[in-house]
Design a protein around this ligand. Structure first.
Ligand SMILES: Cc1ncc(C[n+]2csc(CCOP(=O)(O)OP(=O)(O)O)c2C)c(N)n1
Length: 399
């Protein structure tokens, strides 16, 4: 009888900046001073943007929103490692990653407000995926495309710990391994899938080891350490660009609610929350930058003021755009050619909507214009609004 061990694996854990803000030089990525401060600004921008989005929802000015509060290091550190023309394939919680990639905040708000314009595919950013764990398949497809085309590019997809229990996620990793897809699977293990804790999500000791069965590399990183994440994401992207996909598990914590429809106090304790408060990604990074002499009170105040001004402006843009929306347009972007049943639904919706201003704009349209998406529909105005904002570089990245 033969009885041999045929497989053995381990999972590496990476941390560059510890909880006190001390840097392990051996793990530190190469980043210049301006980039360091920019990463700090993006993390602060993202947190504040989420706070403002929650407040808008509470005032009834926006729909459901999924904040990334607590996950800024995981998202900023990974998104900034990508080149602008590499595809980001996000879930519904990637506000910090969007802002890092230059998406304007008003577009995230439009999405939360239920506007089609917020879901536009722009600047190599896929729209947020609401069905849990479906988007890694898209990244696998894009990544396989890069392999076929011989392009040195990679797609990076974001998903949560809960998504790793979905078959789609494993299938995406497996097919990527088999076909040399240029894909990075970036899991933000924020400890909760709504009310399901990580402990009951899976019996696997790490989520990163889920890569083993797919035959691809898996690595764990301190997801509240922006420098560690940057370092790991850079390596993962480099590897993926060569046709070797990587699974990254970023250990982090969702500090806030799952979405604005959720109340975490129902399922988790204050002790759990305060334990992670001490590992806040922004506090740690700020301590490091202050130690390095890259931040002081004055600079922090200036960054705070700039962020407040930028967000106030973006919220005004979001609201102005919302005023011009024609709700019936939600039917126009489902199929290239609207099938008769959907057209019937659209007409019923328009008839029953009874919104004076919108109805009169719609009444002014011929059947042909309506079928064509309608230049007179008001969408043109929204587009103009968006173009203006992009021209003026009112984005997360612009100063
Ligand atoms: C296929 C599918 N099943 C269930 C849901 C309902 N749902 C929305 S978010 C969520 C939990 C997701 O948790 P996780 O993947 O850890 O991501 P997180 O929200 O923590 O970022 C669930 C079950 C859904 N949107 N899609």
């Amino acid at each position: 009888m033969v009885r041999d061990q045929v497989a053995d694996f381990s999972v590496e854990y990476v941390q560059a900046l510890d909880e006190e803000g001390d840097l392990d030089a051996a793990q530190a990525p190469d980043v210049d001073d301006d980039q360091l401060v920019e990463m700090y600004r993006l993390m602060r921008l993202s947190r504040r943007a989420d706070e403002r989005a929650i407040a808008l929802q509470r005032r009834g000015e926006s729909g459901t929103y999924a904040p990334a509060i607590g996950q800024e290091a995981a998202q900023v550190g990974s998104a900034i490692a990508m080149t602008p023309d590499e595809w980001m394939v996000p879930s519904f919680r990637e506000s910090a990653a969007f802002l890092t990639r230059g998406a304007p905040f008003h577009r995230l708000l439009w999405y939360a407000m239920g506007m089609e314009e917020g879901a536009e595919v722009a600047d190599a950013n896929f729209p947020p995926a609401i069905p849990v764990g479906t988007q890694p398949l898209h990244a696998a497809g894009i990544g396989w495309g890069h392999e076929i085309a011989g392009e040195r590019k990679a797609a990076l997809t974001y998903f949560g710990d809960g998504a790793t229990s979905e078959g789609d996620v494993y299938e995406a990793m497996n097919v990527s391994g088999a076909l040399d897809a240029h894909a990075v699977f970036f899991c933000q293990n924020n400890q909760w899938a709504i009310s399901t804790p990580r402990e009951t999500q899976t019996r696997a000791e790490t989520l990163a080891q889920k890569a083993v069965a797919a035959g691809i590399e898996g690595v764990q990183v301190d997801g509240n350490d922006v420098l560690g994440v940057l370092s790991v994401a850079r390596d993962a992207l480099e590897s993926a660009r060569e046709g070797d996909p990587v699974f990254v598990e970023a250990l982090t914590f969702r500090r806030s609610m799952h979405t604005t429809s959720d109340d975490p106090s129902v399922y988790r304790t204050e002790e759990q929350e305060s334990e992670w408060e001490t590992r806040d990604p922004i506090v740690r990074f700020e301590a490091y930058l202050r130690n390095e002499g890259l931040l002081d009170d004055d600079r922090v105040d200036r960054i705070t003021d700039e962020i407040e001004e930028l967000l106030a402006d973006e919220i005004d843009r979001a609201k102005a755009g919302r005023e011009q929306v024609v709700p019936a347009e939600m039917f126009d972007h489902v199929f290239a050619e609207t099938p008769p049943e959907l057209q019937r639904q659209r007409e019923t919706f328009e008839r029953e909507q009874g919104d004076g201003e919108v109805a009169s704009a719609e009444e002014g349209m011929s059947g042909e214009e309506r079928a064509a998406g309608g230049e007179v529909s008001g969408r043109g105005d929204v587009r103009e609004e968006r173009e203006t904002s992009e021209d003026e570089e009112v984005s997360g990245r612009g100063e």
